[in-house]
Design a protein. Sequence first.
Length: 389
Amino acid sequence: MSVYTQSSNATLHEISASEHGRLVRLCAYLTGDRHAAEDLAQETLLVAWRLRERLVDPAQASVWLSAIARNVCRQWQRSRRREGAHLHQPRADDPLAMVWDEQIVDPFDLEVELERAELSTLLDQALELLPADTRAVLVQKYIKESSHAAIAQQLGVSENAVAVRLHRGKLAFREILNTQLRAAAEPFGMVAEMPYRQTRIWCPICGVHKLVGMYDHAAGRLDVRCPHCCQDAAPSIWQTDDGAVFGGAKQIRTALLRGMADAYQSYRKGLERGGFTCHSCRRPIPIRFGLPGGKHLDSYPTRRGMYLRCEACGCGSSSSLRMFVQSSPEVRAFWERHPQMRTLPEREIEIAGVAAVLFSFQSLTSAAHIDVVVADQTFECIDVAVFDT
């Protein structure tokens, strides 16, 4: 969520005007070229303008601008060295430039992956969490820009040893970004996607494909998908980042079933009460019928749903009516007895003058099926009929 406003636009303009002279002097000191310093200072302000949404605290503007200036000057110096040597170098953003000088292949490149203006800040945070020897070699390479030979001489090791330490240091740095600093690294695209793995759970929509899932027990994240049903507008069968609902589950299946049970109870109570209380700010939230943004999921067998959105803090959740019905105790129990089941298309019916929706879940290995009738306007369960053989 962006914190940038029109007032911060004006604030950055005022800061830039007052910082211009200092930036010129800083760039001249960093490059030793007084003639280029003016242009580099202007480039620094242009970069700052492009990244202005990230200036959350104007009191830190000088530090922020200095970090940008250092990276602008480093890039200028590298460019000058390349031009002087008349050598062709791959661009820093070239996806093919993935090979170390020492031929160590590593797809995680600090200077490519991190926003240059924020490299020092993230490194400072991560360095405190690294072992001293790892921290030393990373500082020499990425902060002081020392050569491998210079680092080897300072540490009293071979250049190959330096290359290995840098490689391991980058792996450790990546691990920190994906764990302790995950929240800070996510906005910059530095967090690796959790791997999805095949499960033994049949998709409850089509019944013919096994689900793939990602379960991060430590972070409390679960995302379960069908490779056939979850395409385009339907990204997941079920997902949440509320680890409290899993009850310490270690396996995807257990976490999924516990999450479904918790979601059903939560939405059922919310429907009875007419709303929820926000878990974050404790303000009341009304239930909204439909799907977020008015969109529908074409590959799901229902276009009905409900969602929550707290206007105060932005928290929210959503559920299709199909998933709500499938998460009910009766359908979950049927799914346990008949693991390979499918969801039939919903049918609009009328019972005693009340508009309703009929959901049917059918076993693919027997004639068993379960029908659930839900009121179309209130989502209240009207009837459940189980035909088990």
